[in-house]
Each structure stands twice: as structure tokens, then as C-alpha cells.
Design a protein around this ligand. Sequence first.
Ligand code: SF4
Length: 469
Amino acid sequence: MSMFEGIPVDVGVIYEGERIRRKDMYVELGGPNIKEKFELTRVKKPEEVEDGKVSIIGSDIKDMEEGKSYPLGILIEVAGPKLEPELEGVIERRIHEYCNFIEGFMHLNQRYDIWLRLSKKSFQKGLNSFQYIGKVLHTLFKSELPIIEKMQVTFITDPEKVKELYNEALQIYEARDARARGLKDEEVDKFYGCVLCQSFAPTHVCVITPQRYSNCGAISWFDGRAAASIDPKGPVFPIEKGELLDPVKGEFSGVNETAKKRTLGEITKVWLYTAFGYPHTSCGCFEGVAFYIPEVDGFGIIHRGYKDIAVNGLPFSTLADSTAGGRQVDGFHGISIEYMRSPKFLQADGGWKRVVWIPKEVKERVKDFIPTELVGKIATEEDAKTIDELKAFLKERNHPIVEQWKEEVVAVEEAVPAEAVEEMAPGPIITAPTLPITAGGFKIILKDAKIYAKKVIIRQIKTEKSKKR
Ligand code: SF4
């Protein structure tokens, strides 16, 4: 008898990675159109949990209107003698994986940012109640993580109730993150890796260190350690740090070896604390993107919830597309909010001194971790909406990057005549493991690119700052 007897659709690992486009969806739960949504796991006393119980507070799927988006909270309560509150984050992250096992049911992101879709096809097959989804989750959690003795699932769609619990959930996430702060990368000899997102980005492996929280913001180093110990064959595993090859960029021989092995040779080197060279790969679940702005030689940061366009004229979705997919793209870097609170945050690139623009909402959240003298020098959408406004703001506030501009102009003027033509010796002029080119509405990605040229023309661009000098 199948484990999933009575479930109207198929359930299995083959459905992981399945995308449901808007035109194919029956309903959407959470997602960008809904402010309040969450998923949360709590460890409870055995008497507080009724094993196998699935409750629905608010409308069930069958009462929802086709094509609409609804708020959703998923609350999973578990009990078992070996369960500790430290395991809540780890169990919670599995909701993503197990929901994606259900045919025609897509789950993206995590915590306060969940985005689910049910396909029309699966709805027509009879998947019209959260009861079925709860039953699948119960079966999968209990068979994969035997440490869970009792489990009950509650789906909340009543908007008022979702709102109330959403605010509580935010406090619980913050308390979890705060617990994990303080430990340094230098103080441990193991990091943890996670390949849960390889179903969407096959060349992605998260390297979770005490000071580099996972990209999704849902797994700390402590969570990684707990996950690897309760489920040694699961997606989270220990990484021996090995030799420290570069303390500033954050290169470790053990991390390189693991990345190579887990990505079947696609990624051979990872620099943990930089967005250039061999940056940590980005799957698609990152909470935010640090994007390089060449005009000011600084970084902008945008988070998933930011609805407007960023200061460089691009929305989150476009910046995320340039970043995601398990690649190492210079200057496009998937990050978690918690990593922004780390002293190792973009350390090799200048850290906060290199950040020039950030949405106000995120700035408020991480304000206490930005060096005090820089807080007023980093623009938000209220200070700058365009690159020109950003330049003016940075100059007016005397952001440290402005000094950098002066040095660069002097260096360029000394080194380069207005136009120089250089005959090239044989051999490539550019080599890059991944080189994205955007042309005529298409994006072309060159792998292991080597570009040859007979001549290189270097022409000085007359920028505002060079014209003035
Ligand atoms: S973003 Fe990273 S840590 Fe988070 S689930 Fe995906 S692979 Fe794991």
C-alpha cells in the first residue's frame, strides 16, 4: 500500500523543481502580492500535539477563487523526547522540500517570504484541500526525520489570524538569528553545506559558516550542525575547512574541494566574503541581492519584498535573474539579511564602506550593524531614485567611495591617453569561468570563455567627474 494512499495526486522527488506559471495556476498562496505570509515550526510538549491532526483556520482551497492570491501561514508543531527548540529552523526548512514533492504544488522561499502555487491540473485531479497537503507533510516528516514522534499541521488563511501570527513569527525568527550571532568563522573547524536547492539550481551549494548565514536566511551554522547530526544522509552535511588559503576573500581548501565534488566539477573555487572573482553561488532562494553599480563603484542591495525599481533602474526580479541559477556572476551576489549583520559581510570588497544604496526597510532592520559613521551616508529610495541622484547624495554626504573616485580618475588620467590603440600579442585578452553578455533582448552566457582580439582600443569616457578636473 502506498504511503500516500488517498492523496489524489502523485507524490515524489521527481516533482521537485517543477515550476507553475501563472497561466497554469489554480491559486497562489503568499507570494509577492501578499504582504503577510509565513511558515513556522515549533517544538512542543507531547501533550500539546495531536499526532496526524491537520487544521485549517480560514478558507480551504476549494473555497478559493481561481486565479487569486491568498495569505497563508503554515504552522508545524512537533514533539519528541530528543527534539530541542534549536531544531525548529531545520525542520521548518524541510517544508520547502516536502511541499515540492507534491505533483502540481510549488513552494518557493522561506520564513516570512513563502510563495506557493497549486496547478489547475492538480486541482482538477482533486487536490482541493489543505487536508491532503497536511497529510503528505505529516507522512514525509515522520518517515524522513524519525526524531519527530508527534506532529500536527495548521494551515491559516484567515487574513486577520495570518497577520497576528506573522508578527509573532518575525519575533521568533529574530530570536533564532540572534542566538547564532557571536561565533566566528576562525573558531570552528567545520562549516556546513546545503544542497537542498539543487533541484532548482544544480550547480549550487550553500556554504554555511558562523559568519556567513545561508543565502535563504533560514539556516545558521548551528542549524547546519543540528541538521547534519539528525539526518546524516540529508541535504545538509559537514565541510572540513581545510587550509585557509585567503583570509580576506575567505578561501578554504576544504570548501573548494566540497564545491567541486557537490557540483560535479562545475564550481572549483569559492571565495566566501566577496562578490567578485569566485563568489559564493546563488540558487534562487536568496533574501536579497548585492549588485555592483559601476557608475559609482559601489554596491546596491535589494531584497525580495522591494516592489519598486532599484536605483539602477532594475526591479528585484531582473536583478535576481542575473544572479540566480547556481552561477558565479561578478557583481551579482545572492545574500541573506543576516549575512549583512556579519563582520565578514563583503569583507574583501570593503564591506559597508562599499554599500551605497539600500531599501529603507532593510536599512532599518540592519541599522545597528552598519558602522555608525556610515549610516547617514548610505542612500535609500527616499534619498536617490536614479544614478545621478545617487552620485549627488554620496558627494553631499561624503561617502567614503567618493574618495575612491578621485583616486581612480587620477590613476586613469596618468595611465591612459585620451585614446590608445594597442596591438595584442597572441593569447586571450579576457578569460572568465562564466561571462554573461546581454544583447538585443537576449542573454548569452559563455562558459569558460576566452576572448581574443587583434587590437584593443581604450577610449577615455568623459564622465562628469573627469570633465570637471
Ligand atoms: S538557500 Fe542554501 S541553505 Fe537555504 S535551503 Fe537552499 S541550499 Fe539550503
